[in-house]
Design a protein around this ligand. Structure first.
Ligand code: F6P
Length: 341
């Protein structure tokens, strides 16, 4: 078979481990591999590269994606999905592995329904993809944020300050909750629950009254005050209809300082959370997903996505995986709340 592979949407650590696993397994089994560069853009514009055992050697510890990525949506371009189908044939592809989040895999699901042999692998630091317990990239991001919270602790403590940390998480508070719990945050604000600033300030005051003169507040970029709009950095939408979020940390920090009188600083972690080398967990998960993606192709199980359930790698339909966003487990938030004072 001739098998293509692409990475779409925001990059994240672990993409290269998936690419390496698919290429190694496919070539060992006598297949040919090509890389489609820059996500769906590469399929529309026929930007490809040959993938050999040699080209994937040494990529395991590297962050980002050796194939490049983009947020191109074929369904937002005139004749885009037809062109994708034409080029799939023109490139002589028997199958395609699409590695991405809800947007990239949403396109994969539609193209599969229109006849293309596609399988998916779930990626995103946000961990908000349905039908899998974890996406790869999430664990690395959580570890980066936890490390930053640890660093903010020492400076917060020295200056008796409140440190507000804004983290990624457009629709879901997974990064905020996991990193917040791991880093010992004193309050965590997530998109799933409206911000109750009275409660935040009251709990910081209680904490200070019991002798702690610094605090760490973690805010997911998609968190919102009741009745207020999302904090937005850039109004214009990408091809999947997303605006660029940013700014909620500063809104929250300003109010905390005004209401409590505690000196407050705000740190926005931004793309630092997506950079650098993947954690061991993400390298292993990415490798397992890559092997599963090849197995699905070999069995002709198209329209499916590799998924982690418990400690088993199973397959689920792309349709199910992209039907809904997986929001934060509120039971986990209840555990975080025990430490909000
Ligand atoms: O979807 C993953 C994500 O990292 C979000 O958490 C964030 O809002 C977005 O991507 C940022 O996208 P970009 O790289 O286009 O700025």
């Amino acid at each position: 078979m001739k098998i293509g592979i692409l990475t779409g949407g925001g990059d994240c650590p672990g993409l290269n481990s998936v690419i390496r696993a698919v290429v190694r397994k496919a070539i060992d089994n006598g297949n040919e591999m090509i890389g489609i560069k820059y996500g769906w853009k590469g399929l529309l514009e026929e930007i490809t590269m040959p993938l050999t055992l040699r080209s994937v050697s040494g990529i395991l510890p590297k962050g980002g994606t050796m194939l490049g990525t983009s947020r191109t949506n074929p369904y937002k371009k005139e004749g885009g999905s037809d062109l994708a189908k034409i080029n799939f044939k023109k490139l002589g592809l028997d199958a395609l592995v699409a590695i991405g989040g809800e947007d990239t895999l949403g396109v994969a699901s539609k193209l599969w329904k229109e006849g293309l042999n596609i399988v998916g692998v779930p990626k995103t630091i946000d961990n908000d993809l349905a039908a899998t317990d974890f996406t790869f990239g999430f664990d690395t991001a959580v570890n980066i944020v936890m490390g930053c919270i640890d660093r903010l602790h020492t400076t917060a403590e020295s200056h008796n300050r409140v440190m507000v940390v804004e983290v990624m998480g457009r629709h879901a508070g997974w990064i905020a909750a996991h990193a917040g719990i791991a880093g010992g945050a004193d309050y965590i604000l997530v998109p799933e629950l409206p911000i109750n600033i009275d409660e935040v300030c009251a709990s910081l005051k209680v904490r200070h009254e019991r002798g702690k003169d610094f605090s760490i507040v973690v805010v997911a970029e998609g968190a919102q005050f009741k009745g207020e709009d999302l904090a937005i950095q850039e109004e214009s939408k990408d091809e999947f209809g997303h605006v660029r979020l940013g700014g909620i940390g500063h809104r929250v920090g300003k109010i905390i300082e005004k209401r409590t009188g505690f000196e407050t600083r705000v740190t926005v972690l931004g793309h630092i959370q997506r950079g650098g080398s993947p954690s061991a967990f993400d390298r292993v998960l990415g490798t397992r997903y890559g092997v599963k993606a090849y197995d699905l192709i070999e069995k002709g199980k198209f329209g499916r996505m590799a998924s982690l359930k418990g400690n088993q790698i199973i397959d689920v339909s792309l349709e199910e995986a992209t039907a809904d966003v997986k929001t934060l487990d509120l039971g986990l938030y209840e555990i975080a709340k025990i430490f909000f004072h």
